[in-house]
Design a protein around this ligand. Structure first.
Ligand code: BG6
Length: 509
Protein backbone atom coordinates (compact mmCIF):
# COMPACT_ATOMS: atom_id res chain seq x y z
CA UNK A 1 0.00 0.00 0.00
CA UNK A 2 1.47 3.38 -0.94
CA UNK A 3 1.11 6.45 1.23
CA UNK A 4 -1.61 7.69 -1.14
CA UNK A 5 -3.90 5.00 0.14
CA UNK A 6 -2.75 4.93 3.76
CA UNK A 7 -2.85 8.28 5.55
CA UNK A 8 -0.92 6.78 8.48
CA UNK A 9 2.16 6.32 6.34
CA UNK A 10 4.15 9.53 6.15
CA UNK A 11 4.58 10.86 2.62
CA UNK A 12 8.13 10.98 1.31
CA UNK A 13 10.16 14.09 1.95
CA UNK A 14 9.11 16.00 -1.16
CA UNK A 15 12.45 17.84 -1.28
CA UNK A 16 14.32 14.62 -1.98
CA UNK A 17 14.73 13.09 -5.42
CA UNK A 18 12.55 10.00 -5.76
CA UNK A 19 14.42 6.94 -6.93
CA UNK A 20 12.69 3.81 -8.23
CA UNK A 21 13.30 0.50 -6.44
CA UNK A 22 14.32 -2.75 -8.20
CA UNK A 23 12.19 -3.18 -11.31
CA UNK A 24 12.04 -3.89 -15.00
CA UNK A 25 10.03 -2.36 -17.80
CA UNK A 26 8.62 -4.46 -20.63
CA UNK A 27 8.12 -2.20 -23.62
CA UNK A 28 5.69 -3.53 -26.23
CA UNK A 29 6.12 -1.58 -29.45
CA UNK A 30 9.89 -1.15 -29.19
CA UNK A 31 10.27 -0.08 -32.82
CA UNK A 32 7.28 2.29 -32.85
CA UNK A 33 7.52 6.04 -33.30
CA UNK A 34 6.56 6.78 -29.69
CA UNK A 35 9.14 4.40 -28.25
CA UNK A 36 11.88 5.81 -30.42
CA UNK A 37 11.07 9.49 -29.97
CA UNK A 38 9.88 9.62 -26.37
CA UNK A 39 9.98 6.44 -24.27
CA UNK A 40 13.53 5.17 -24.87
CA UNK A 41 15.14 8.62 -24.48
CA UNK A 42 13.08 9.23 -21.30
CA UNK A 43 14.31 5.95 -19.80
CA UNK A 44 17.89 6.92 -20.53
CA UNK A 45 17.38 10.41 -19.06
CA UNK A 46 16.00 8.85 -15.87
CA UNK A 47 19.02 6.55 -15.68
CA UNK A 48 21.36 9.47 -16.32
CA UNK A 49 19.76 11.45 -13.50
CA UNK A 50 20.35 8.49 -11.18
CA UNK A 51 16.64 7.79 -10.68
CA UNK A 52 16.65 4.17 -11.85
CA UNK A 53 18.11 1.31 -9.78
CA UNK A 54 21.33 -0.35 -11.03
CA UNK A 55 19.33 -3.54 -11.59
CA UNK A 56 16.92 -1.80 -13.96
CA UNK A 57 16.09 -4.05 -16.89
CA UNK A 58 14.46 -2.94 -20.10
CA UNK A 59 12.85 -5.66 -22.14
CA UNK A 60 11.84 -4.52 -25.62
CA UNK A 61 9.15 -6.51 -27.38
CA UNK A 62 8.63 -6.01 -31.10
CA UNK A 63 7.34 -7.75 -34.16
CA UNK A 64 10.00 -8.59 -36.74
CA UNK A 65 10.45 -5.50 -38.87
CA UNK A 66 11.91 -5.08 -42.33
CA UNK A 67 15.07 -3.03 -42.25
CA UNK A 68 15.85 -3.69 -38.57
CA UNK A 69 18.09 -6.63 -37.84
CA UNK A 70 19.75 -5.27 -34.73
CA UNK A 71 17.14 -4.14 -32.21
CA UNK A 72 19.73 -3.27 -29.56
CA UNK A 73 21.44 -0.93 -31.99
CA UNK A 74 18.08 0.61 -32.95
CA UNK A 75 17.26 1.27 -29.26
CA UNK A 76 20.66 2.79 -28.64
CA UNK A 77 20.40 5.02 -31.69
CA UNK A 78 16.97 6.23 -30.57
CA UNK A 79 18.44 7.15 -27.20
CA UNK A 80 21.38 8.97 -28.73
CA UNK A 81 19.04 10.92 -31.01
CA UNK A 82 16.43 11.82 -28.38
CA UNK A 83 18.15 12.12 -24.98
CA UNK A 84 17.72 15.49 -23.28
CA UNK A 85 20.44 15.23 -20.70
CA UNK A 86 23.43 14.58 -22.96
CA UNK A 87 25.03 11.20 -23.52
CA UNK A 88 27.25 9.81 -20.81
CA UNK A 89 28.79 6.69 -22.36
CA UNK A 90 29.11 4.92 -19.00
CA UNK A 91 25.44 5.42 -18.15
CA UNK A 92 24.35 4.35 -21.61
CA UNK A 93 26.53 1.21 -21.47
CA UNK A 94 25.14 0.36 -18.02
CA UNK A 95 21.56 0.81 -19.24
CA UNK A 96 22.13 -1.21 -22.40
CA UNK A 97 23.76 -4.02 -20.39
CA UNK A 98 20.30 -4.49 -18.89
CA UNK A 99 18.55 -4.43 -22.26
CA UNK A 100 16.80 -7.62 -23.42
CA UNK A 101 14.71 -8.18 -26.51
CA UNK A 102 11.88 -10.47 -27.41
CA UNK A 103 11.04 -10.44 -31.10
CA UNK A 104 7.87 -12.14 -32.22
CA UNK A 105 4.22 -11.81 -33.00
CA UNK A 106 1.97 -10.33 -30.29
CA UNK A 107 -0.61 -13.01 -30.89
CA UNK A 108 1.68 -15.99 -30.57
CA UNK A 109 2.12 -17.98 -27.36
CA UNK A 110 5.74 -18.51 -28.22
CA UNK A 111 6.51 -14.79 -27.90
CA UNK A 112 5.08 -14.78 -24.39
CA UNK A 113 6.91 -17.99 -23.45
CA UNK A 114 10.16 -16.25 -24.48
CA UNK A 115 9.13 -13.18 -22.52
CA UNK A 116 8.43 -15.31 -19.49
CA UNK A 117 11.93 -16.81 -19.68
CA UNK A 118 13.49 -13.34 -20.00
CA UNK A 119 11.59 -12.05 -16.96
CA UNK A 120 12.63 -15.02 -14.84
CA UNK A 121 16.23 -14.69 -15.99
CA UNK A 122 16.31 -10.95 -15.26
CA UNK A 123 15.00 -11.67 -11.78
CA UNK A 124 17.89 -13.98 -10.92
CA UNK A 125 20.63 -12.33 -12.98
CA UNK A 126 19.79 -8.70 -12.31
CA UNK A 127 17.70 -8.70 -9.16
CA UNK A 128 14.54 -7.05 -10.46
CA UNK A 129 12.63 -8.52 -7.51
CA UNK A 130 9.95 -9.77 -9.91
CA UNK A 131 8.67 -6.20 -10.28
CA UNK A 132 7.58 -5.45 -13.82
CA UNK A 133 5.64 -2.75 -15.59
CA UNK A 134 4.22 -3.69 -19.00
CA UNK A 135 4.10 -0.66 -21.28
CA UNK A 136 1.63 -1.09 -24.17
CA UNK A 137 2.97 1.43 -26.70
CA UNK A 138 1.18 -0.39 -29.51
CA UNK A 139 -1.94 0.18 -31.64
CA UNK A 140 -5.06 -0.26 -29.48
CA UNK A 141 -6.37 -3.10 -31.63
CA UNK A 142 -3.48 -5.18 -30.30
CA UNK A 143 -4.23 -4.49 -26.60
CA UNK A 144 -6.69 -7.40 -26.17
CA UNK A 145 -4.25 -9.90 -27.72
CA UNK A 146 -1.33 -8.82 -25.57
CA UNK A 147 -3.40 -8.72 -22.39
CA UNK A 148 -4.86 -12.15 -23.08
CA UNK A 149 -1.44 -13.66 -23.73
CA UNK A 150 0.08 -12.01 -20.65
CA UNK A 151 -2.63 -13.62 -18.57
CA UNK A 152 -2.37 -17.01 -20.31
CA UNK A 153 1.39 -17.03 -19.68
CA UNK A 154 0.75 -16.15 -16.03
CA UNK A 155 2.80 -12.97 -16.35
CA UNK A 156 0.15 -10.73 -14.81
CA UNK A 157 0.90 -12.14 -11.36
CA UNK A 158 3.97 -12.93 -9.31
CA UNK A 159 3.73 -15.65 -6.73
CA UNK A 160 5.90 -13.82 -4.18
CA UNK A 161 5.95 -10.16 -3.40
CA UNK A 162 6.80 -8.69 -6.82
CA UNK A 163 4.36 -6.22 -8.32
CA UNK A 164 2.92 -6.11 -11.84
CA UNK A 165 1.58 -2.93 -13.47
CA UNK A 166 0.31 -2.09 -16.92
CA UNK A 167 0.76 1.23 -18.73
CA UNK A 168 -1.70 1.94 -21.50
CA UNK A 169 -1.07 4.57 -24.12
CA UNK A 170 -3.94 6.57 -25.51
CA UNK A 171 -6.25 6.40 -27.37
CA UNK A 172 -8.23 4.57 -24.69
CA UNK A 173 -10.81 3.42 -27.20
CA UNK A 174 -12.38 5.10 -30.20
CA UNK A 175 -15.56 6.25 -28.48
CA UNK A 176 -17.43 5.73 -25.23
CA UNK A 177 -18.57 2.19 -26.04
CA UNK A 178 -15.17 0.92 -27.16
CA UNK A 179 -13.48 2.62 -24.21
CA UNK A 180 -15.74 0.67 -21.85
CA UNK A 181 -15.00 -2.56 -23.74
CA UNK A 182 -11.28 -1.92 -23.55
CA UNK A 183 -11.55 -1.22 -19.86
CA UNK A 184 -13.30 -4.55 -19.30
CA UNK A 185 -10.52 -6.33 -21.14
CA UNK A 186 -7.85 -4.65 -19.01
CA UNK A 187 -9.79 -5.27 -15.79
CA UNK A 188 -10.01 -8.92 -16.65
CA UNK A 189 -6.22 -9.12 -16.28
CA UNK A 190 -5.12 -6.34 -13.94
CA UNK A 191 -6.49 -4.79 -10.73
CA UNK A 192 -7.59 -1.12 -10.95
CA UNK A 193 -4.59 -0.07 -8.83
CA UNK A 194 -2.25 -1.81 -11.31
CA UNK A 195 -3.56 0.11 -14.35
CA UNK A 196 -1.82 3.33 -15.39
CA UNK A 197 -3.43 5.16 -18.31
CA UNK A 198 -0.96 7.54 -19.90
CA UNK A 199 -1.99 11.10 -20.82
CA UNK A 200 1.42 12.62 -21.33
CA UNK A 201 0.07 16.15 -20.85
CA UNK A 202 -0.39 15.40 -17.16
CA UNK A 203 3.33 14.64 -16.94
CA UNK A 204 4.24 18.12 -18.16
CA UNK A 205 5.57 20.47 -15.47
CA UNK A 206 3.49 23.35 -16.78
CA UNK A 207 0.31 21.30 -16.49
CA UNK A 208 1.11 20.30 -12.92
CA UNK A 209 1.79 23.96 -12.24
CA UNK A 210 -1.89 24.79 -12.91
CA UNK A 211 -2.67 23.29 -9.51
CA UNK A 212 0.19 25.17 -7.85
CA UNK A 213 -0.82 28.46 -9.44
CA UNK A 214 -4.45 28.12 -8.45
CA UNK A 215 -4.25 26.55 -5.03
CA UNK A 216 -0.88 27.52 -3.53
CA UNK A 217 -1.55 31.24 -4.00
CA UNK A 218 -4.14 33.62 -2.63
CA UNK A 219 -4.21 36.01 -5.58
CA UNK A 220 -6.00 33.98 -8.23
CA UNK A 221 -8.68 31.87 -6.65
CA UNK A 222 -10.99 34.71 -5.49
CA UNK A 223 -11.11 35.91 -9.13
CA UNK A 224 -11.39 32.45 -10.68
CA UNK A 225 -15.12 32.46 -11.43
CA UNK A 226 -17.89 33.94 -13.55
CA UNK A 227 -17.97 37.18 -11.54
CA UNK A 228 -14.56 38.10 -12.96
CA UNK A 229 -13.76 35.83 -15.88
CA UNK A 230 -15.41 36.49 -19.22
CA UNK A 231 -14.26 33.44 -21.16
CA UNK A 232 -11.50 30.84 -21.37
CA UNK A 233 -9.62 29.66 -24.46
CA UNK A 234 -7.61 26.46 -24.52
CA UNK A 235 -5.46 26.08 -27.61
CA UNK A 236 -3.25 23.23 -28.74
CA UNK A 237 -1.78 24.19 -32.09
CA UNK A 238 0.82 22.26 -34.03
CA UNK A 239 2.57 23.52 -37.14
CA UNK A 240 3.32 20.02 -38.45
CA UNK A 241 0.95 17.88 -40.52
CA UNK A 242 0.19 14.26 -39.77
CA UNK A 243 3.89 13.69 -40.34
CA UNK A 244 3.96 10.09 -41.52
CA UNK A 245 1.33 9.03 -38.98
CA UNK A 246 -1.46 8.99 -41.56
CA UNK A 247 -2.17 5.32 -40.92
CA UNK A 248 -2.94 6.02 -37.26
CA UNK A 249 -4.55 9.40 -37.75
CA UNK A 250 -7.07 8.71 -40.49
CA UNK A 251 -10.36 7.82 -38.85
CA UNK A 252 -9.13 9.20 -35.50
CA UNK A 253 -8.74 12.96 -35.98
CA UNK A 254 -8.00 15.89 -33.70
CA UNK A 255 -11.04 15.58 -31.43
CA UNK A 256 -10.27 11.97 -30.50
CA UNK A 257 -6.49 12.34 -30.68
CA UNK A 258 -6.04 15.31 -28.37
CA UNK A 259 -9.31 16.95 -27.25
CA UNK A 260 -10.76 13.82 -25.61
CA UNK A 261 -7.65 13.54 -23.45
CA UNK A 262 -5.17 16.41 -23.32
CA UNK A 263 -7.52 19.37 -23.78
CA UNK A 264 -10.34 18.11 -21.59
CA UNK A 265 -7.81 17.32 -18.86
CA UNK A 266 -6.55 20.91 -19.15
CA UNK A 267 -10.13 22.13 -18.91
CA UNK A 268 -10.73 19.96 -15.83
CA UNK A 269 -7.62 21.24 -14.05
CA UNK A 270 -8.48 24.84 -14.92
CA UNK A 271 -12.13 24.67 -13.90
CA UNK A 272 -12.34 22.14 -11.07
CA UNK A 273 -12.98 22.99 -7.43
CA UNK A 274 -10.14 22.79 -4.94
CA UNK A 275 -9.49 19.14 -4.00
CA UNK A 276 -9.66 18.43 -0.28
CA UNK A 277 -6.17 16.91 -0.38
CA UNK A 278 -3.40 16.27 -2.88
CA UNK A 279 -4.34 12.64 -3.28
CA UNK A 280 -5.35 10.73 -6.41
CA UNK A 281 -8.83 10.14 -5.02
CA UNK A 282 -9.50 13.79 -4.18
CA UNK A 283 -8.12 15.05 -7.51
CA UNK A 284 -10.10 12.48 -9.44
CA UNK A 285 -13.31 13.37 -7.64
CA UNK A 286 -13.04 17.06 -8.57
CA UNK A 287 -12.10 16.33 -12.18
CA UNK A 288 -15.04 13.97 -12.55
CA UNK A 289 -17.42 16.55 -11.07
CA UNK A 290 -16.40 19.29 -13.44
CA UNK A 291 -16.30 17.03 -16.51
CA UNK A 292 -19.79 15.79 -15.76
CA UNK A 293 -21.01 19.40 -15.67
CA UNK A 294 -19.39 20.24 -19.04
CA UNK A 295 -21.61 20.44 -22.14
CA UNK A 296 -21.83 21.94 -25.61
CA UNK A 297 -23.47 25.35 -25.53
CA UNK A 298 -26.77 25.06 -27.41
CA UNK A 299 -26.47 22.38 -30.09
CA UNK A 300 -23.38 20.47 -31.09
CA UNK A 301 -24.04 21.68 -34.63
CA UNK A 302 -23.42 25.31 -33.71
CA UNK A 303 -20.81 24.62 -31.02
CA UNK A 304 -18.35 22.36 -32.79
CA UNK A 305 -16.25 22.73 -35.92
CA UNK A 306 -14.25 20.01 -37.63
CA UNK A 307 -11.93 20.87 -40.51
CA UNK A 308 -8.98 19.66 -42.57
CA UNK A 309 -5.85 21.39 -43.78
CA UNK A 310 -5.69 22.14 -47.44
CA UNK A 311 -2.64 22.29 -49.69
CA UNK A 312 -0.74 25.56 -49.80
CA UNK A 313 2.31 27.52 -48.74
CA UNK A 314 3.40 27.26 -45.13
CA UNK A 315 6.50 29.25 -44.37
CA UNK A 316 8.75 28.67 -47.37
CA UNK A 317 7.32 25.25 -48.26
CA UNK A 318 4.43 24.15 -50.40
CA UNK A 319 2.69 21.45 -48.38
CA UNK A 320 0.18 18.85 -49.43
CA UNK A 321 -3.41 18.77 -48.23
CA UNK A 322 -4.50 16.25 -45.60
CA UNK A 323 -6.39 14.26 -48.22
CA UNK A 324 -3.24 14.27 -50.35
CA UNK A 325 -1.06 12.77 -47.56
CA UNK A 326 0.18 9.22 -47.93
CA UNK A 327 -2.29 6.66 -46.63
CA UNK A 328 -5.24 9.10 -46.48
CA UNK A 329 -8.36 8.48 -48.57
CA UNK A 330 -9.32 11.22 -51.08
CA UNK A 331 -12.72 11.55 -49.44
CA UNK A 332 -11.55 11.23 -45.82
CA UNK A 333 -13.69 13.20 -43.32
CA UNK A 334 -11.12 12.97 -40.55
CA UNK A 335 -10.66 16.24 -38.68
CA UNK A 336 -7.16 17.71 -38.49
CA UNK A 337 -8.68 20.69 -36.66
CA UNK A 338 -11.48 20.69 -34.13
CA UNK A 339 -12.96 23.48 -32.04
CA UNK A 340 -15.57 23.21 -29.28
CA UNK A 341 -17.67 25.84 -27.54
CA UNK A 342 -18.42 24.46 -24.10
CA UNK A 343 -20.16 25.58 -20.95
CA UNK A 344 -19.93 24.29 -17.39
CA UNK A 345 -23.13 23.90 -15.42
CA UNK A 346 -22.18 25.01 -11.95
CA UNK A 347 -22.28 28.13 -9.82
CA UNK A 348 -18.66 29.02 -10.47
CA UNK A 349 -18.77 28.88 -14.26
CA UNK A 350 -22.37 29.37 -15.42
CA UNK A 351 -22.29 31.79 -18.35
CA UNK A 352 -18.54 31.50 -19.03
CA UNK A 353 -17.77 29.82 -22.37
CA UNK A 354 -14.74 27.56 -22.61
CA UNK A 355 -13.48 27.57 -26.19
CA UNK A 356 -11.23 24.65 -27.09
CA UNK A 357 -9.32 24.27 -30.36
CA UNK A 358 -6.68 21.85 -31.55
CA UNK A 359 -5.19 21.41 -34.95
CA UNK A 360 -2.32 20.42 -37.17
CA UNK A 361 -0.66 22.76 -39.70
CA UNK A 362 -1.68 25.88 -37.82
CA UNK A 363 0.25 29.15 -37.49
CA UNK A 364 2.76 27.89 -34.93
CA UNK A 365 3.30 25.24 -32.27
CA UNK A 366 1.74 26.47 -29.07
CA UNK A 367 -0.36 25.10 -26.24
CA UNK A 368 -1.88 27.60 -23.83
CA UNK A 369 -4.79 28.32 -21.55
CA UNK A 370 -5.94 31.94 -21.72
CA UNK A 371 -8.39 33.36 -19.19
CA UNK A 372 -9.84 36.68 -20.30
CA UNK A 373 -11.30 38.78 -17.50
CA UNK A 374 -14.37 40.96 -17.61
CA UNK A 375 -13.88 44.66 -18.19
CA UNK A 376 -14.40 46.96 -15.17
CA UNK A 377 -18.09 47.76 -14.62
CA UNK A 378 -17.35 51.48 -14.71
CA UNK A 379 -14.55 53.36 -16.41
CA UNK A 380 -13.64 56.99 -15.73
CA UNK A 381 -10.77 57.09 -18.22
CA UNK A 382 -11.91 58.41 -21.59
CA UNK A 383 -12.46 56.07 -24.51
CA UNK A 384 -9.55 57.76 -26.21
CA UNK A 385 -7.22 57.12 -23.25
CA UNK A 386 -8.33 53.48 -23.19
CA UNK A 387 -8.10 52.90 -26.94
CA UNK A 388 -5.09 50.57 -26.60
CA UNK A 389 -6.29 48.67 -23.57
CA UNK A 390 -8.00 45.30 -23.81
CA UNK A 391 -9.45 43.09 -21.12
CA UNK A 392 -6.99 41.64 -18.59
CA UNK A 393 -5.75 38.24 -19.69
CA UNK A 394 -3.91 35.55 -17.80
CA UNK A 395 -2.15 33.12 -20.10
CA UNK A 396 -0.75 29.84 -18.84
CA UNK A 397 1.80 28.87 -21.46
CA UNK A 398 2.04 25.08 -21.49
CA UNK A 399 4.59 25.10 -24.33
CA UNK A 400 6.85 26.40 -25.76
CA UNK A 401 8.32 29.34 -23.73
CA UNK A 402 6.74 27.69 -20.68
CA UNK A 403 5.45 30.20 -18.17
CA UNK A 404 2.62 32.53 -17.20
CA UNK A 405 1.84 35.98 -18.57
CA UNK A 406 -0.56 38.53 -17.16
CA UNK A 407 -1.68 41.33 -19.42
CA UNK A 408 -3.08 44.55 -17.95
CA UNK A 409 -3.47 48.24 -18.79
CA UNK A 410 -0.90 50.74 -17.60
CA UNK A 411 -0.37 54.46 -17.95
CA UNK A 412 2.04 55.45 -20.68
CA UNK A 413 4.68 57.77 -19.15
CA UNK A 414 4.17 61.40 -20.19
CA UNK A 415 2.08 64.45 -19.51
CA UNK A 416 -1.03 63.17 -21.27
CA UNK A 417 -3.32 60.44 -19.90
CA UNK A 418 -2.97 57.49 -22.21
CA UNK A 419 -3.02 53.82 -21.29
CA UNK A 420 -1.62 50.80 -23.00
CA UNK A 421 -1.49 47.02 -22.46
CA UNK A 422 1.66 45.75 -20.76
CA UNK A 423 2.62 42.27 -19.56
CA UNK A 424 4.02 40.69 -16.44
CA UNK A 425 5.88 37.59 -17.36
CA UNK A 426 7.04 34.50 -15.53
CA UNK A 427 9.21 32.16 -17.62
CA UNK A 428 10.48 28.84 -16.34
CA UNK A 429 13.74 29.41 -18.19
CA UNK A 430 14.42 32.63 -16.24
CA UNK A 431 12.98 31.71 -12.86
CA UNK A 432 14.50 28.26 -12.39
CA UNK A 433 17.87 26.75 -13.07
CA UNK A 434 16.59 23.21 -12.38
CA UNK A 435 16.32 20.71 -15.20
CA UNK A 436 12.73 20.35 -16.43
CA UNK A 437 12.01 16.66 -16.95
CA UNK A 438 10.15 15.52 -20.04
CA UNK A 439 6.60 14.36 -19.38
CA UNK A 440 7.47 10.73 -20.12
CA UNK A 441 10.31 10.75 -17.59
CA UNK A 442 7.96 11.81 -14.84
CA UNK A 443 5.24 9.34 -15.80
CA UNK A 444 7.54 6.31 -16.18
CA UNK A 445 9.14 7.07 -12.81
CA UNK A 446 5.71 7.41 -11.19
CA UNK A 447 4.64 4.02 -12.54
CA UNK A 448 7.81 2.35 -11.29
CA UNK A 449 7.12 3.94 -7.88
CA UNK A 450 3.41 3.14 -7.93
CA UNK A 451 2.34 6.79 -7.60
CA UNK A 452 -1.07 7.47 -9.12
CA UNK A 453 -2.05 11.16 -9.09
CA UNK A 454 -0.97 11.99 -12.63
CA UNK A 455 -2.93 9.24 -14.37
CA UNK A 456 -6.52 9.76 -15.51
CA UNK A 457 -9.07 7.24 -14.36
CA UNK A 458 -11.67 5.42 -16.43
CA UNK A 459 -14.60 7.58 -15.27
CA UNK A 460 -12.83 10.76 -16.40
CA UNK A 461 -12.17 9.15 -19.76
CA UNK A 462 -15.75 8.05 -20.14
CA UNK A 463 -17.07 11.53 -19.33
CA UNK A 464 -14.68 12.97 -21.94
CA UNK A 465 -15.71 10.40 -24.52
CA UNK A 466 -19.38 11.12 -23.91
CA UNK A 467 -18.72 14.74 -24.86
CA UNK A 468 -16.44 14.07 -27.82
CA UNK A 469 -18.81 11.38 -29.17
CA UNK A 470 -21.50 14.04 -29.65
CA UNK A 471 -19.23 16.00 -31.99
CA UNK A 472 -17.78 13.03 -33.86
CA UNK A 473 -21.26 11.54 -34.36
CA UNK A 474 -22.51 14.80 -35.77
CA UNK A 475 -19.54 15.45 -38.09
CA UNK A 476 -19.30 11.88 -39.26
CA UNK A 477 -22.95 11.76 -40.29
CA UNK A 478 -23.83 15.26 -41.45
CA UNK A 479 -24.14 16.11 -45.14
CA UNK A 480 -22.17 19.28 -44.49
CA UNK A 481 -18.84 19.42 -46.32
CA UNK A 482 -15.93 19.30 -43.94
CA UNK A 483 -14.38 22.78 -44.06
CA UNK A 484 -10.80 23.21 -45.31
CA UNK A 485 -8.25 25.68 -43.93
CA UNK A 486 -5.05 27.08 -45.30
CA UNK A 487 -1.85 25.64 -43.84
CA UNK A 488 -0.20 28.13 -41.48
CA UNK A 489 -3.55 29.78 -40.68
CA UNK A 490 -5.52 29.64 -37.42
CA UNK A 491 -8.15 27.28 -38.72
CA UNK A 492 -11.24 27.56 -40.92
CA UNK A 493 -13.60 30.52 -41.17
CA UNK A 494 -16.25 28.36 -39.45
CA UNK A 495 -14.20 28.38 -36.22
CA UNK A 496 -14.14 32.19 -36.32
CA UNK A 497 -17.85 32.26 -37.05
CA UNK A 498 -18.50 30.07 -34.01
CA UNK A 499 -16.91 32.65 -31.69
CA UNK A 500 -18.65 35.45 -33.55
CA UNK A 501 -21.92 33.96 -32.28
CA UNK A 502 -20.80 35.26 -28.88
CA UNK A 503 -19.33 38.47 -30.32
CA UNK A 504 -15.78 37.26 -29.65
CA UNK A 505 -12.63 36.50 -31.63
CA UNK A 506 -9.97 33.87 -30.97
CA UNK A 507 -6.69 34.98 -29.49
CA UNK A 508 -3.64 35.06 -31.73
CA UNK A 509 -1.15 33.14 -29.56
C1 BG6 B 1 -0.07 13.21 -28.99
C2 BG6 B 1 -0.88 13.19 -30.26
O1 BG6 B 1 -0.84 12.74 -27.91
O2 BG6 B 1 0.37 14.52 -28.71
C3 BG6 B 1 -0.10 13.78 -31.41
O3 BG6 B 1 -1.25 11.85 -30.57
C4 BG6 B 1 0.48 15.12 -31.05
O4 BG6 B 1 -0.91 13.88 -32.57
C5 BG6 B 1 1.22 15.04 -29.71
O5 BG6 B 1 1.36 15.52 -32.07
C6 BG6 B 1 1.71 16.41 -29.28
O6 BG6 B 1 2.42 16.30 -28.07
P1 BG6 B 1 3.24 17.53 -27.52
O7 BG6 B 1 3.75 17.06 -26.20
O8 BG6 B 1 4.32 17.80 -28.53
O9 BG6 B 1 2.30 18.68 -27.41
Amino acid sequence: MSHWENPLVMPWDSRLERVAGPAGLVLFGLTGDLSKRKILPAIYDLAHRGLLPPSFTLIGVARPKKGIDDFTKMAEEAIRAGANTGIDERVLAQLMSGFRQVIGDYTSEETFAKLSEELARAETERGTGGNYAFYLAIPPKLFPHVLKELKAAGLDRHEDSGWRRVMIEKPFGHDLASSKELNDVVLDVFEPSEIFRIDHYLGKETVQNILALRFANELYEPLWNNAHIDHVEITMAEDIGVAGRGGYYDGVGAARDVIQNHLLQLLALTAMEEPTAFTPQALRMEKEKVLSATHFIGSVEESSVFAQYDAGWQGGDYVTSFRGEEGIADDSRTDTFAAFRLGINNRRWAGVPFYLRAGKRLGRRVTEIALTFRTPPFQFFSNEAMANVNANTLVIRIQPEEGVTFKFGSKVPGTQTMLRDVTMDFGYGHAFTEYTPEAYERLILDVLMGEEPLFPQQTELELSWALVDQATNYWEHTDREIPQYAPGSWGPQEAHDMLALDGRVWRRP
